[in-house]
Design a protein around this ligand. Structure first.
Ligand code: SAM
Length: 217
């Protein structure tokens, strides 16, 4: 597939000044699966871009984006209802550095993210697929580490969290086996911002397993 050209159709109209209320859906990007995203045009600047895959209702994304106006944030979710919640919360918080996109996460990394363009990838509580016969459906696998390596800038980092211990073991195994990544600590400031699923699990006494891997070069 040819996916290198940058499409003017993926450049949304400039966001109105913060004082003006944004219309419903203003933060949701139009989808063109045949083109790579023009991140500078989408955000109107060249600040570092952080991506959250499977952002759910945006509980982490909205809070973390608010804390970091110096970065741009792209939230990806395949469920439209959840993406609309992200749009609604983001507009209410008048976030100009946030956009959402409805697309499948691995497809996005392979075909739509410009290679070497991301500062950070956040993946929190991805669908766990706990039954062994379903493990093949898990997002984080050996191939995923290669896609993440291509999408990240040198020094860019993948942050992972899950409650599911067999999935966490799989995450550690595939990233530890990829010599293009090194394991690094996750900043406390980041870990303190919980996701919706995480709060629910932690409230039931189920702890968060977390790991971070930095692209070496
Ligand atoms: C278990 S929920 C966790 C949501 C959020 N990260 C949290 O921790 O609260 C997983 C989310 O990922 C989304 N999702 C699962 N697989 C996906 C994929 N391949 N591409 C995009 N979104 C996906 C689901 O729709 C769901 O909202």
């Amino acid at each position: 597939m040819e996916a290198d050209a940058i499409s003017p159709t993926l450049v949304p109209a400039p966001a109105p000044a913060a004082a003006e209320p944004l219309t419903e859906g203003a933060l949701i990007l139009p989808l063109d699966i045949m083109q790579r995203l023009d991140l500078a045009a989408i955000f109107g600047n060249t600040r570092p871009v952080e991506l959250e895959l499977g952002a759910g209702d945006g509980s982490f994304l909205i809070n973390y984006t608010t804390l970091h106006p110096e970065h741009n944030f792209l939230g990806v979710e395949r469920l439209l209802g959840r993406l609309r919640k992200i749009d609604r919360k983001g507009r209410r918080a008048a976030l100009t550095n946030l956009r959402g996109l409805r697309v499948e996460a691995a497809y996005l990394l392979e075909w739509m993210i410009p290679p070497g363009s991301l500062a950070t990838i956040h993946i929190y509580f991805p669908d766990p697929w706990p039954k062994r016969r379903h493990w093949k459906n898990r997002l984080i696998n050996e191939r995923f580490t290669q896609l993440a390596h291509t999408a990240l800038q040198p020094g860019g980092t993948v942050f992972l969290r899950t409650d599911e211990t067999t999935y966490f073991a799989q995450m550690e195994r595939v990233f530890d086996a990829n010599s293009d990544f090194e394991r690094v600590p996750a900043p406390e400031e980041l870990r303190a911002v919980k996701t919706d699923f995480e709060r629910n699990f932690n409230a039931k006494g189920i702890p968060t397993n977390h790991a971070a891997y930095r692209r070496r070069g």
